[in-house]
Design a protein around this ligand. Structure first.
Ligand SMILES: Cc1cc2nc3c(=O)[nH]c(=O)nc-3n(C[C@H](O)[C@H](O)[C@H](O)COP(=O)(O)O)c2cc1C
Length: 369
């Protein structure tokens, strides 16, 4: 049984974990992914302890985006949802945080990690890691107006890790309640190795609990990463798209129980549920199928070692074709295992069929595993 690593108690209590005494689990914020529908599907297979919204953009003209608000207001998962902000203007960040605090949020989260050049060039997201003094001002501002939980999600630096300790010191100074650390620099985007040693460094320095993030591919990997970093929990993104059972499996692993094994028939059930959940009024069938491909890019990493499912799935453009491919690959031998780790070399790659294929680097179209 893995107990939560002892960490200095935060000033404010974090919402209880689903299994008291276990390390925390969180679904990572993912733009265009972690919406109301996706959170509901994940909760069906085993909710994380915490959800985070995709980021609310904050600037002079911004108003909290309605579709992101839905993931808070209509959330029926029963789990706490933290609302994430990305921006750098103190007045507009304060205004937005105050507005979001009128909704049922567990807390306000600040994005210090988005690596998209279009974003960091505006000195927001990961771009702020070049300017710790500005981070200090933002943390002071948000801390002064957020009476409850105030959390931060950061990378380990911009192009090197020299800012890591100074930023953690600011996190301590401004009494941040929970810190998520993605163990890559901004310049490393999504493809490099994850530097768990720097997450461990952040854990050792931070006075609040830390969630370790980056390539937590499975429940056994979650346990190993917790042992290596001494983090209070794990935050999981792309591998929860691939395998939405991962949070339940983590709880089993942490309790020392056998971890549920999944079959291709389970994956077929997930695809169907996701398709129904993401069906939106007025969304043309072809666009819906293309949207599904973005998720299936990740699911396919556990279907077969050759990538044959991905190859066929990417060539569909109707619901009938898509499910025919699913049936052919997932139901031919439905008891075959849905691999707990992604098959090496089976890559989730950009989906060229999607119209805005190069958007802002924090969306599925531009992110490959
Ligand atoms: C499609 C996509 C969208 C993302 N959007 C956000 C976001 O809105 N806010 C954020 O802090 N991080 C965002 N991220 C980064 C993830 O939260 C996470 O830090 C990263 O994917 C590494 O974790 P993983 O290996 O578990 O996926 C996004 C990642 C992906 C793949």
């Amino acid at each position: 049984m893995i107990a939560a690593a002892p960490s200095v108690a935060p000033a404010r209590r974090l919402p209880s974990a689903l299994c008291a005494g276990q390390p925390l689990t969180a679904l990572a914020p993912m733009q265009d992914v972690t919406d109301l529908a996706f959170m509901a599907v994940v909760a069906h297979y085993g909710a994380p302890d915490y959800f985070f919204t995709e980021f609310f953009r904050v600037h002079a003209q911004s108003r909290p985006e309605k579709h992101i608000l839905r993931s808070i207001d209509e959330n029926a998962t029963g789990r706490p949802v933290f609302a994430q902000l990305i921006g750098e203007d103190l007045g507009h960040l304060a205004r937005t945080a105050e507005e979001l605090l009128r909704h049922n949020v567990a807390g306000i989260d600040l994005n210090l990690g988005c690596p998209a050049p279009k974003v960091y060039k505006k000195n927001v997201g990961g771009g702020l890691l070049r300017d710790p003094a500005r981070i200090g001002e933002i943390l002071a501002c948000l801390r002064s107006i957020v009476p409850g939980l105030f959390t931060v999600k950061m990378r380990i630096g911009f192009d090197d890790t020299t800012a890591l300790d100074p930023v953690i010191d600011l996190v301590n100074e401004h009494r941040v309640d929970l810190l998520s650390v993605h163990g890559r620099t901004v310049k490393e985007m999504y493809r490099s190795e994850v530097h768990y040693d720097f997450i461990a460094q952040a854990v050792a320095r931070a006075r609040c609990p830390v969630l370790a993030n980056g390539n937590v591919t499975s429940a056994p990997r979650a346990a190993a990463i917790l042992a290596e970093t001494r983090a209070a929990g794990v935050m999981i993104g792309r591998h929860a798209i691939r395998n939405p059972w991962i949070f339940r499996q983590c709880r089993e692993q942490f309790a020392g129980q056998p971890v549920t094994r999944l079959s291709l028939a389970d994956a077929r059930d997930y695809v169907e549920r996701l398709y129904r959940a993401t069906q939106a009024p007025g969304l043309p069938e072809r666009d819906h199928v293309n949207k599904m491909k973005k998720y299936l890019n990740f699911v396919g990493q556990s279907v077969d070692p050759t990538g044959a499912f991905l190859h066929d799935m990417r060539r569909t453009d109707s619901e009938t074709q898509l499910f025919a491919v699913c049936d052919r690959h997932l139901l031919a031998d439905p008891t075959r295992e849905f691999a707990p780790e992604p098959y090496p070399g089976v890559i989730a790659r950009p989906n060229c069929e999607t119209p805005n294929a190069v958007s802002d680097g924090c969306s599925l179209e531009t992110i490959t595993a």
